[in-house]
Design a protein around this ligand. Structure first.
Ligand code: NDP
Length: 293
């Protein structure tokens, strides 16, 4: 069994990005600038945004964090997004989800200019991705693709089973793994909460990607011997023995599943770290205006 080490890979990618920034600086070019909008005080969202900003600093990107009260109106937020769209200093930006109930996520996402949509959630980017055209790929699926690529895991002709069909992970992941691309060319099965007899599908997976948000849901009896298992899940479980008062658990029961796998991601130290660096990579692409002139 080989551990897919997100810590090592993300550090490698960060070093590459840092190098790129130094080259840009040496040539007098514009330093990539990522902005993030955070609405309200949700603990997990705050942690995610802070880690994105910190990662920008590590690689030498500029970053801006704009915070708004939970009570901000939808129209006020849309106006702020328009300002970011028009600000030439900002190459890419994200609006941290989830948003308060009175604000439409769909409206927010569709207001972001596609060329600055480094989360890859705008319908234009999703559509371009589905058509195998250059586009920002949502950060978590992009991170998973890079893990598979850098560990040289063969995907062509393999049966990939994705559990979870969210707009940010499961759904784009299923599209990407089915694309005619070097990391792709899989036969894909997309499972969700209405899937009958889930184990029947997971047991047939050469590559199993799990993103359902239920701690330790996938057990050893659900896995085929030699499978590649990618665990996207992140759940905080209360843990008094930890200084933080919680521990992070994935969707896979790691201890019993790992011995059956050819490759597996740990949680933490797997997909989560890849997600952050992928966002930075998208920001670099935005700064270079690779996809949209
Ligand atoms: P969502 O809650 O948006 O989606 C969960 C999906 O799982 C849904 O499609 C749901 O089906 C499906 N599902 C729920 N229960 C079952 C079940 N018993 N059997 C089969 N399918 C089921 O989650 P996200 O995709 O946003 O996140 C999933 C997990 O990944 C979470 O733990 C989240 O914290 C984590 N995450 C981690 C990231 C990282 O960087 N590592 C990034 C983003 C998320 P249905 O559609 O029918 O409701």
């Amino acid at each position: 069994m080989i551990l897919l080490d997100g810590k090592k890979l993300s550090a490698e990618i960060k070093a590459e990005l840092k190098n790129e920034v130094e080259n840009i600086r040496a040539k007098g070019g514009k330093i990539p600038h990522l902005a993030a909008i955070l609405v309200g005080n949700d603990g997990a969202s705050e942690t995610y945004v802070k880690s994105k900003v910190k990662s920008c600093e590590e690689v030498g990107f500029s970053s801006t964090l704009l915070r708004f009260e939970e009570s901000i109106s939808e129209q006020e937020l849309l106006t702020e997004i328009q300002k970011m769209n028009e600000n030439p200093d900002i190459d890419g930006f994200i609006v941290q989800l989830p948003l308060p109930k009175h604000i439409s996520e769909t409206k927010v996402i569709e207001t972001i200019a596609p060329e600055k949509d480094v989360d890859g959630f705008h319908p234009i980017n999703i559509g371009r991705m589905a058509k195998n055209l250059p586009a920002y790929i949502p950060a978590t699926p992009f991170g998973i693709l890079q893990m598979l690529e850098r560990y040289k895991i063969e995907t062509t002709g393999k049966h990939c089973v994705v559990v979870g069909r969210s707009n940010i992970v499961g759904s784009p992941m299923s599209i990407l793994m089915a694309r005619n691309a070097p990391i792709g060319n899989c036969t894909v099965t997309l499972c969700h909460s209405k899937t009958k007899d889930l184990s029947k599908f997971t047991q047939e997976a050469d590559i199993l990607i799990v993103a359902l948000g239920k701690p330790e849901f996938v057990t050893a009896n659900m896995i085929k011997e030699g499978a590649v298992v990618i665990d996207v899940g992140i759940t905080r479980l209360p843990d008094e023995s930890s200084a933080k008062g919680y521990r992070i658990v994935g969707d896979v029961k790691f201890d019993e599943v790992a011995p059956k796998c050819s490759y597996i991601t740990p949680v933490p130290g797997g997909v989560g770290l890849m997600t952050v660096v992928s966002l930075l990579q998208n920001t670099l692409l935005a700064a270079k205006k690779i996809f949209y002139a």
